[in-house]
Design a binder for this molecule. Structure first.
Ligand SMILES: Nc1ncnc2c1ncn2[C@@H]1O[C@H](COP(=O)(O)OP(=O)(O)OP(=O)(O)O)[C@@H](O)[C@H]1O
Length: 349
């Protein structure tokens, strides 16, 4: 477990943050600009002098200086050594690991991040996404106890961001290291995070699993794009007619244009406004996906809209946005069974 509490004041800003998280997987630190995400990450790293405490798996790290914490830190813009090749940048911390400490496998980490073709290059010719991959590799090669990533994609354009995301995904599990990931981009949280710590005005306001964070209508993750649900399951083999099955808890959703090999664990995203409800299965419609759902709660969103919080077979949650008029017509109420008609399903990873 990681248990942390930090208090710090500077003119115009106070940090008062506390959390407890498992020491595995990816925890996103999410909140608006200026709420203190970077400051909290810097407190974890030991780069800020804050009051409080920091425990990692029972060890008290709070008084330890930065280098003795052995955390990897990657900033918004990778600061690579310009006089060294990619290989020597990667090996920089690895070579300096204390004698007797087990060394991460260089080739393995290079492979995880797809860095082989770049190894003998200088850093000047690297794209922004490649630089970040090298910075993450360099941090992992120091065998960090925690990996701290501070908005590593924020300086990249959307194409570079799309390219780098698959390399970052799954890294925490492969390397067996817990990752703290600062971002204000909901799509990065949905794609990468297992858990989310929400922050506002210097305070940690809530800690949730991604599923919990996406199952409440007032989730800060929904502010820009509206409510959505995330389902986890397995991709099946694509059919000749263009459909690919996504299977979860014995149910199937059909995706179109998935173009991916079957057998992978994936997440899919369903926008609540793309989900309609019906009292019985509907025939003669173009909608591919209909799933039974049980109504857990109805939330009045104002402006004649109702957000229906539903539970699918197996327990995963599905949000549907319907008009208040339709909710009345269907007499939707808690505990009721109905069918979700899902217009679009997007693969997240
Ligand atoms: N070195 C500094 N000296 C003084 N104030 C600072 C310093 N760095 C940050 N601040 C202030 O501290 C507050 C928290 O900043 P912080 O960078 O932690 O927020 P953030 O949530 O990471 O923001 P962003 O998403 O924009 O990076 C802000 O009010 C910021 O202006």
């Amino acid at each position: 477990m990681i248990k942390a509490r930090f208090q710090l004041s500077r003119p115009g800003f106070c940090l008062d943050a506390a959390f407890e998280q498992p020491s595995s997987g990816v925890t996103a630190l999410f909140g608006p600009s200026g709420c203190g995400k970077t400051t909290l990450l810097r407190c974890l790293a030991g780069l800020e002098r804050a009051d409080g405490e920091l425990w990692l798996n029972g060890a008290n790290l709070h008084r330890l200086p930065v280098h003795r914490r052995r955390f990897g830190y990657v900033f918004q813009e990778a600061s690579l050594f310009t006089h060294l090749s990619v290989r020597n940048n990667l090996l920089y911390g690895w070579r300096r690991l204390p004698k007797g400490q087990s060394r991460p496998d260089f080739d393995e980490i290079v492979g995880w991040l797809g860095l082989e073709p770049l190894l003998e290059q200088g850093t000047a010719s690297l794209s922004g996404g490649q630089r970040q991959r090298v910075a993450i590799g360099r941090a992992l090669l120091t065998a960090p106890r925690l990996l701290l990533l501070d908005e590593p994609l924020s300086a990249l354009d959307s194409r570079a961001k799309r390219e780098i995301l698959p390399w970052i995904e799954g890294l925490s599990a492969r390397a067996g290291v817990a990752v703290f990931y600062v971002t204000h981009a909901p799509d990065e949280v949905e794609r990468l995070a297992d858990r989310v710590i929400f922050m506002e005005q210097g305070r940690t306001t809530r800690m949730e699993t991604l599923q919990q964070a996406m199952a409440r209508p007032d989730s800060p993750l929904f502010v820009e794009l509206g409510a959505a649900s995330m389902l986890e399951g397995e991709l099946g083999t694509g059919l000749a007619d263009g459909r690919t099955p996504f299977v979860f808890h014995g149910q199937t959703l059909w995706l179109v244009h998935a173009r991916r090999p079957g057998g992978e664990r994936v997440r899919v995203r369903i926008q609540a406004s793309d989900v309609s409800l019906a009292l019985a299965p509907v025939g003669g419609v173009s909608i591919l996906n209909q799933l039974p759902v049980r109504v857990l709660a109805l939330h009045d969103m104002g402006e004649g809209r109702v957000l229906v919080d539903g539970e699918l077979n197996g327990g995963q949650r599905l949000l549907a946005e319907v008009s208040a008029w339709s909710a009345n017509q269907l007499k939707l109420h808690q505990g009721m069974h109905c069918y979700a008609l899902i217009k679009a399903v997007a693969l997240v990873n």
